[in-house]
Design a protein around this ligand. Structure first.
Ligand code: F6R
Length: 606
């Protein structure tokens, strides 16, 4: 968690740091701070709360200097107050650091440092880094950082400045760091959007890399000091692509970007002429007997849809795990297992560690990933990029629908390769997949959005919500409930509709809105029976039906029509309606949907 920015060059650093941090607030916004080296001393200013609090402070007293580091925090150790905000400096103010990650052995290190006379100001784990570097410093900052890092256990993206040096030293283990290469200037950040206003030439630092930045260049080495070659990649996203583009929020912008995101996911991969899917991966479809899908949160729900699609279309046994459980449950993994990790950021630590666990036992690994150059992509055998583009809104939207579409292609590819799917079935599904961008465009038609908004506002004061779906759309219900919880703070539960009678039915009364996904499917009749069970107990049914289903409309207190889609692709189309329901509920309640409380976009702590 946390966002990091660094700058060295001819510009005033304050401007670069603040504009970079503004692009990283999705990584945490408990506090923000910057440190600027003015040639004689390093000045630190930091403030609890969102970046605007720091900006207000700086309005009155701007900082001058062309070398600086900045941080936006998502608190792990220590309250989100001014003192615990980064940067952290040594007592004499000569060494200043920022850190993203967790130092697991910080308590032991802190005790040792205190016994040797170091005085700590904050309650953070990060502050030990400043003191360790101070202790190891004998005129060479690079060596001091190396010696300090040799003592720590955990995850870090760390950026360090010293008053005697015109340079920045940074290193990463687990936590991401990308370097921007300008002309006569250098940048560092946790993520690409922070730097796009200044450069598109980036170096993605690898796990275990250390880098020294000067005005005229950089040197990368490993943590033992051995030089490393890293290539400069040209990033095509322009700064505009990472901005709100006229929408009130990133989340809404990203909801509306879905037709484009889906086009990007599918493009060049579906071949109508031959009915083939080309995923450009090296995986041998006959080389495994079972599949483990591993992910967290929304990506986990995409994995559940993946399970359904792969088992249906390719007849391979699939199990889906929450990554934080997988790591510790001693899973049965062998060379016959294909482990598929699913992640928007490619940085989620639980998923990354689960990937390592699967690799340890010889599994083949494939990633369904959005972020290019992310940590997972460097450890996977193969990556199926979803190409959804940068996702800034904390609540995942376009990444989810792109992940589900990627699973559809994967299931199709496996099914055709393993002979479980006839050419005719393959062609039918390929056609359905190709329709997705258009169907989602239709799902976002103004009159449909207005209808969802109307229903969302009607129930916005509900205390609880229940979401129900069946078959391939039961994960859609789970995802709908998660979206609502995350951004509106309304308690929501989701169940496979047939499961409701085994317990959750006790919750139903006239105050409980029940959102039911009852679009065209083999199980529609059964779903409608479950709806009757809700209505018999006075629950308020919000019924999501396929266009033209007037027959079942009478079973809903409120009906929302969604574009009619092939059952196997319907989770993508239906998810859009779920996103909008959550979005308009949250905005009706005046919530800050892009920065929901307690959440951060990229969860790089366990
Ligand atoms: C929910 C959400 C989270 C993420 C989860 C995994 O809207 O965004 O549940 O899906 O933290 O993140 P990634 O996909 O980056 O691994």
């Amino acid at each position: 968690m946390c966002g990091i920015v660094g700058y060295i060059g001819p510009r005033q650093a304050q401007e670069v740091l603040i504009s970079g941090l503004a692009k990283l607030e999705y990584r945490g916004y408990d506090s923000a701070g910057i440190a600027i080296h003015d040639g004689a001393q390093i000045d630190v200013k930091k403030k609890a709360g969102k970046l605007e609090n720091l900006s207000t402070l700086l309005d009155g007293q701007p900082m001058s200097g062309s070398l600086g580091i900045g941080h936006t925090r998502w608190a792990t150790h220590g309250l989100p107050n001014d003192t615990n905000a980064h940067p952290h400096a040594t007592e004499d103010g000569r060494i200043v650091i920022i850190h993203n990650g967790i130092i697991e052995n910080y308590l032991t290190l802190k005790e040792g440092l205190m016994s040797r006379g170091h005085q700590f100001k904050s309650e953070t784990d990060s502050e030990v880094l400043a003191h360790l570097i101070e202790e190891a410093y004998a005129g060479n900052l690079e060596e001091a950082v190396r010696a300090a890092l040799a003592q720590v256990r955990g995850a870090y993206g760390i950026v360090v400045t010293h008053v005697d040096h015109r340079g920045i030293v940074a290193a990463r283990t687990v936590s991401p760091l990308v370097m921007g290469v300008g002309e006569g200037e250098m940048f560092l950040a946790s993520d690409v959007p922070a730097l796009l206003a200044y450069t598109r030439n980036m170096v993605f630092l690898h796990d275990g890399d250390m880098v020294v930045l000067n005005d005229d260049g950089f040197r990368v080495m490993d943590l033992a000091g051995n030089p490393q070659q890293r290539t400069i990649e040209h990033i095509e996203w322009d700064a505009e692509a990472a901005e709100k583009g006229g929408f009130d929020t990133y989340m809404l912008k990203e909801i509306y970007e879905q037709p484009q995101a889906l086009t990007n996911t599918l493009i060049g991969r579906l071949h109508d002429e031959t009915g083939e899917v080309n995923l450009d991966i090296n995986l041998d479809p006959g080389s495994f007997k079972r599949i483990s899908i591993i992910a967290c949160g929304t990506a986990f729900y995409a994995g559940l849809v993946g399970e359904y699609l792969i088992e249906q279309l390719a007849r391979i046994p699939v199990e889906v795990d929450v990554a934080s459980e997988y790591r510790y449950r001693d899973p049965l993994v062998s060379e016959n297992t294909l482990a598929i990790v699913v992640s928007q950021s490619g940085e989620t630590i639980d998923t990354l560690e689960a990937l390592r666990e699967a690799k340890k036992f010889g599994a083949k690994t494939l990633g369904v990933i959005n972020a290019k150059g992310s940590s997972m992509t460097r450890e996977l055998d193969d990556t199926l990029y979803i190409h959804a583009g940068p996702e800034i809104g904390v609540a995942s939207t376009k990444a989810y629908t792109s992940m589900v579409s990627a699973f559809l292609m994967l299931a199709l590819w496996l099914g055709r390769a393993r002979g479980t799917l006839s050419e005719e079935q393959g062609a039918e599904l390929l056609k359905a997949a190709r329709e997705l961008p258009r169907l989602v465009e239709e799902a976002l038609a103004p009159e449909r959005v207005a209808r969802i908004k109307e229903v969302a506002e009607k129930y916005a004061t509900a205390r609880d919500y229940l979401f129900l779906g069946r078959g391939v759309n039961s994960p859609t219900a789970y995802e709908g409930a998660l979206k609502l919880k995350e951004i509106s703070y309304i308690h929501a539960e989701a169940y496979a509709a047939g499961e409701m009678k085994h317990g959750p039915i006790a919750l139903i009364d006239e105050n409980l809105p029940v959102a039911v996904i009852a679009t065209e499917s083999r199980l529609l009749e059964k779903t409608i029976s479950n709806v009757q069970e809700v209505r018999a107990r006075a629950g308020k049914v919000i019924l999501f039906l396929s266009d033209g289903d007037t027959e079942n409309a009478r079973h809903g207190d409120d009906v929302i029509y969604v574009p009619r889609a092939h059952e196997m692709v319907s989770p993508v189309v239906n998810a859009v309606a779920m996103q909008l329901l959550a979005y308009f509920t949250a905005t009706a309640l005046g919530k800050d949907v892009d920065k929901p409380r307690n959440l951060a976009k990229s969860v790089t702590v366990e």
